[in-house]
Design a protein around this ligand. Structure first.
Ligand code: GDP
Ligand code: IMO
Ligand code: MG
Length: 437
């Protein structure tokens, strides 16, 4: 991507999250000067393998494993300061030098302990309609942001403001907790005390993320905007209400770091060669029984943040075509192709029917998405390992044919194919020909 002159690339999930964004961002970050998260919080779990080592990143951008990459958290992120410091310290303990390499927007909102308590209490009252959140306090933190009663990183320098906001926030939280008949209540003094402990460390990292990125791009910099979650979890474009509470799609990338949309040169959509979802909500190509277990086991499909089993399904072309539209994808990275190596037939959905008729576009209501019937085609498997492939022609014919079909149904060229979690298990395709070579 950067090789073709792009200065700023957004990398987004184009399914329901966990597409392998961490791995792809780590690979691309070798050429980057800055990697910046633009939304979401510690609900994300981005896994990166370097040699024998595995890193699971929740808040710190996936460029952190290269010593010269600056890692920024934009204004669109909701920052749990305690989780952040724990993650940072664990990385330092593993030998990473982070001094001067991590910056946090002064405008980023904080996830406070009562946001997590509210998240848990709300989920428990939803019963069968629970969203299946990660329990990281994300929804309540964004709600306070929108209600203009949130606390921002920059506010930590202003004790009077912290006291005011936390009093107001805890009062609002306690009234919701009471209405939900939850037996916990929050005490503003406790929240303020814990905030006092972390404030100096967080303030030390405070920066103007937008200004840093703009100045980097105007020099020789190369910036990656790191997506979290996926298009179908976007607050506007996802399967509402079974979504997260932020703008996960590329439109959110500009406002989430403080640059103009015209500065983003490319938008890379990461997709798995099949589909998974963790949490509740419709999933048209979902598999059940033995085939689901097999895909889950082969793909190691257990949540990086919560450890929950992910729900596997076949590749859904309608979903990715839709994600390509709402993100303006310029290319795809297809991950986990190797997971399909042992399947003798592979199904791919290219369209939907609803009530016996072809469905044009993508349903705007989760209840309709739950009722669609995917139209499948069956492709022959390749029944051989792809893990050693390093160039597109190294892949078996049937694997190439499958990838070409993904390009067609998604109406987007493939630029990267991943055949394992290691850095070198990545195939780079030519910009002009993509997978059609
Ligand atoms: P993210 O949230 O989008 O960064 O994805 P996760 O890290 O939550 O989940 C992706 C998982 O797949 C991680 O365990 C990765 O190490 C792993 N992974 C990524 N790419 C590949 C691949 O091409 N093949 C295999 N087998 N695993 C992969
Ligand atoms: P990464 O960045 C997969 C899902 C949750 C739940 C819904 C709302 O690793 O791809 P939330 O805690 O955000 O209020 O939960 O969104 N979810 C994710 N699913 N990958 C993620 O992040 C996710 N972040 C949130 O499971 O269904
Ligand atoms: Mg993940």
């Amino acid at each position: 991507m950067f090789g073709d002159g792009a200065r700023c690339v957004a990398v987004v999930g184009a399914q329901w999250g966990d597409e392998g964004k961490g791995k792809i961002i780590d690979v691309l970050a070798e050429q980057a000067t800055i990697v910046a998260r633009y939304q979401g919080g510690a609900n994300a779990g981005h896994t990166v393998h370097v040699g024998e080592e595995e890193f699971i990143l929740h808040l710190i951008p996936s460029g952190v494993l290269y010593p010269d990459v600056r890692c920024l958290l934009g204004n669109g992120v909701v920052l749990d300061p305690w989780t952040f410091l724990e993650e940072r310290d664990a990385l330092i303990e593993r030998g990473l030098d982070l001094e001067g390499r991590v910056g946090i927007s002064s405008r980023a909102h904080l996830v406070l302990p009562y946001h997590k308590q509210l998240d848990a209490a709300q989920e428990s009252t939803r019963g069968g309609k629970a969203i299946g959140t990660t329990g990281r306090g994300i929804g309540p933190a964004y709600r306070d942001k929108a209600a203009r009663i949130g606390l921002r990183v920059g506010d930590l320098a202003d004790l009077t403001r912290c006291v005011d906001v936390v009093r107001q926030g805890t009062a609002a939280a306690n009234s919701i907790l009471a209405s939900l008949e939850a037996d916990v209540r929050v005490r503003p003094e406790e929240v303020l005390e814990s905030l006092r402990e972390v404030a100096p460390e967080i303030l030390r990292l405070k920066t103007d993320v937008g200004a840093e990125i703009r100045s980097d791009i105007s020099g020789a910099g190369r910036v990656l905007l790191e997506g979290a979650q996926g298009a179908l979890l976007d607050i506007d474009h996802g399967t509402y209400p079974y979504v997260t509470s932020s703008s996960t799609t590329a439109g959110g990338a500009a406002s989430g770091v403080g640059i103009g949309p015209t500065m983003i040169d490319e938008v890379l959509g990461v997709v798995k060669a099949y589909t998974t979802r963790v949490g509740n909500g419709p999933l048209p190509t979902e598999l059940q029984g033995d085939e689901a277990d097999r895909l889950r086991d082969l793909g190691g499909e257990f949540g990086a943040t919560t450890g929950r089993p992910r729900r596997p399904g076949w590749f859904d072309g309608t979903v990715v075509r839709y994600a390509a539209g709402v993100n303006g994808l310029t290319a795809l990275a297809v991950t986990k192709l190797d997971v399909l190596d042992s399947f003798d037939r592979i199904r791919l959905a290219f369209d939907y029917e609803l009530a016996g008729r072809h469905f044009d576009g993508f349903p705007d209501a989760a209840r309709d998405l739950a009722r669609v019937t995917p139209i499948y085609e069956t492709l022959p498997g390749w029944l051989t390992s792809t893990a050693e492939a390093r160039r597109f022609p190294d892949l078996p014919d049937h694997a190439r044919r499958y990838l070409r079909r993904i390009e067609e149904v998604a109406q987007t060229p493939i630029r990267y194919v991943s055949v394992g979690s290691a850095r070198d298990q990545t195939i780079f395709l030519d910009a002009r020909n993509a997978a059609t070579v």
